[in-house]
Design a protein around this ligand. Structure first.
Ligand code: PLP
Length: 404
């Protein structure tokens, strides 16, 4: 009999969003006349901007003509896009990269989930708690992380680094040494960030300890404050210890179009092996490239007009973030995030659990959010709201919560 990868059986069911879906459906069925507003959505809602659409159309037309038709894309992605990334996303921040250190992919979920393939199963991982679940689950699939402890909501061999209001959502250096450290700033779910000086501490630690940092910068475009780094490579020595993953999903509305990239600098070495070469090997073997049409679409985010257009969309979402943050703060809630991020993380009132607050909001205010406990044990007692709705609905939802 064939054998399965039993590591998959160690994973708990993806309970969070299915539970939310069930509760909301049941409520709507019982109360069909109620207008339920979701501030739980982690997906963008505004359409692709005109410059992107123009590039997409142009590329579609090219595919219809023999002379300009394109088949398989180059392994690392088209050079025009990799050049544009370096020129627009990194050089203005003082970061020099070589073209072959940038790998185009179909998004940050794939890359954060797949990057573990190139590291030994013996490595110990560290994650912030609460955390974007992909980091832990994908490592468990690869045989890392130990077993799930349901009463604690954690895996036995993962180092969890609490991020709570008490430490300002900045993880402390772990007491036990991890091999692979996952950091995501601006953070999902807490919406909080880290300053360049604070990130430098992590870079120095990783270099000292021989650890590698996987830096997820999917929300980089939402940064508004000057001392918050857009790239980990703004920190000294980061090229020797860090991989950075980016996405076009939240900055340019590509959640359904799919595109992202990963940077693996050549200076990142394990003994005499370039980690970059392993990622190139994996990419070339298991991935046949993001579509030409989509890569061309991304070029629309780098024209002067395109930059303006995507900025307007981000500003639209960030106005919602302000509405949520300000409204709740004025009403006396403890709120975090929402300044460099589309996520607002709030403390539940009166020591309600995350799920108790979810039920209260759904039943009494007809507003849906995401219980913080779904992102890890230290998310308990917190609640995530997102800015991806319309201005009207966001305002209405906040008024309802305040009234409640
Ligand atoms: N990383 C983080 C922290 C995210 O929150 C998300 C999406 O919600 C992703 C990665 C996935 O991005 P992509 O759409 O590029 O796969």
């Amino acid at each position: 009999m064939f054998k399965i990868n039993e590591n998959y059986l160690k994973l708990p069911g993806s309970y969070l969003f299915s539970m939310i879906g069930k509760k909301v459906s049941a409520y709507k069925e019982a109360n069909p006349d109620r207008d339920v507003i979701s501030l739980g959505i982690g997906d963008v809602t505004l359409p692709l901007v005109p410059e992107v659409i123009k590039k997409l159309h142009g590329a579609v037309d090219e595919m219809a003509v023999k002379e300009t038709f394109r088949g398989y894309t180059p392994d690392l992605g088209y050079q025009f896009l990799r050049d544009a990334i370096i020129e627009n996303d990194f050089l203005p921040r003082g970061v020099q990269l070589d073209n072959d250190e940038v790998f185009i992919s179909d998004g940050a979920k794939s890359d954060t989930g797949n990057i573990g393939d190139i590291f030994s199963v013996d490595n110990r991982i560290a994650v912030t708690d609460p955390v974007y679940p992909v980091y832990v689950d994908s490592n468990v699939m690869n045989g890392r992380g130990g077993i799930y402890l349901p009463d604690q909501g954690r895996f036995s061999d993962v180092i969890y680094m609490p991020c709570t209001a008490e430490n300002n959502f900045v993880p402390e250096l772990p007491k036990e040494r991890p091999d692979i450290i996952y950091l995501c700033f601006p953070n999902n779910p807490t919406g909080t960030t880290i300053t360049k000086d604070q990130l430098q501490v992590w870079v120095d630690y990783a270099r000292r300890e021989g650890s590698v940092i996987i830096f997820d910068a999917a929300y980089e475009a939402y940064i508004t404050e000057d001392d918050v780094p857009h790239s980990i490579y703004e920190c000294e020595g980061a090229k020797e210890c860090a991989i950075e993953i980016r996405s076009y999903s939240k900055n340019a509305g590509f959640t359904g179009t799919r595109l992202g990239f990963t940077v693996v600098p050549k200076q990142l070495m394990c003994g005499d092996v370039h980690v970059r070469d392993l990622w190139a090997r994996r990419h070339g073997t298991k991935f046949n490239g993001a579509p030409y049409i989509v890569q061309m679409g991304a070029m629309g985010t780098y024209t002067p007009e395109g930059k303006k257009q995507i900025r307007e969309e981000i500003d639209y979402y960030m106005e919602n973030a302000r509405t949520i943050r300000q409204g709740l703060a004025d009403a006396g809630y403890a709120v975090y995030g929402g300044v460099n991020s589309p996520y607002i993380w709030m403390k539940t009132p009166k020591d309600l659990s995350s799920w108790e607050f979810f039920d209260l909001l759904l039943n009494k205010a007809n507003v849906v959010g995401t219980p913080g406990s779904g992102f890890g044990p230290h998310g308990e007692g917190y609640f995530r709201l997102t800015s991806f709705g319309t201005h009207e609905n966001t305002k209405k939802a906040i008024e309802r919560i305040i009234k409640l």
